[in-house]
Ligand binder design. Sequence first.
Ligand SMILES: [Zn+2]
Length: 275
Amino acid sequence: MGGNMAGAYSHLALGVLLGGLVAVLSHRLRTLTAGGAMAMFALAVPIFGFGGWKWTLPIAVFFILSSLLSRLGRSAKARYDSVFEKGSRRDGGQVLANGGVAGALMVLSLVSGWPSLYPYYCAALASATADTWATEVGTLSGQRPRRIPCFRPVPAGASGGVTLAGLLSALAGGMTIALSGWVFLRAESGASQLLYLVGLSGFLGSLVDSLLGATLQVQYRCPACGVVTERRVHCGGRRTAPVSGFRWMNNDAVNFLATLSGPGFLHLGMIWMRG
Ligand SMILES: [Zn+2]
């Protein structure tokens, strides 16, 4: 028993050390705001400390590749900064909206001892990755976005718009996370279908993100310039007025629901696979 406690403390120390390092580094590199770094730390402690490579690899792949993609296009995307609710530095809400479902599944698996939660964890991260890559590449591509479900063209940067480049990136992002967990997913089920199911769940999760963004997400109009935006404040401090959607359905709520839908799609896929 004493040995177990000592083991738990050394895992905790490892998590605090690695989590602290990544959080400070991300803040220094201007990838995360101070709040974003704190949320990152809270997610990283259990995953880095107790998860080993199995749980660390998919979230590290998501975070590193998405941050690189985001930095790559920072200057090119500066012109959309007045339309998107948030800039390129991720804040606490964004980190929790993208990683909170995965973090909760990891902690639940740790506490309950259910190893079968791992594919759902990967599906939640696959959704977050698919959506992030779709947004980054879709914005960079310069293609005119269209809003699902009717594919009506919308201005670049408008929430809920999709591009062909973005959809392909979403598929690539979902599959990349599935591949990063592949060794452990195979140990889980032995069936290669799980790889495709996780990747596809991520892709479908990103479609949920676009669909919610196009329908229920709150949109505001700037009284000064008339632009429709996700932002509460525009044109040097002018308060925008809501024009459509639900007030509580902001960008973070949409992301959270989309990352929750990924494990949901995976569950449906697994039922279908067995049936
Ligand atoms: Zn304005």
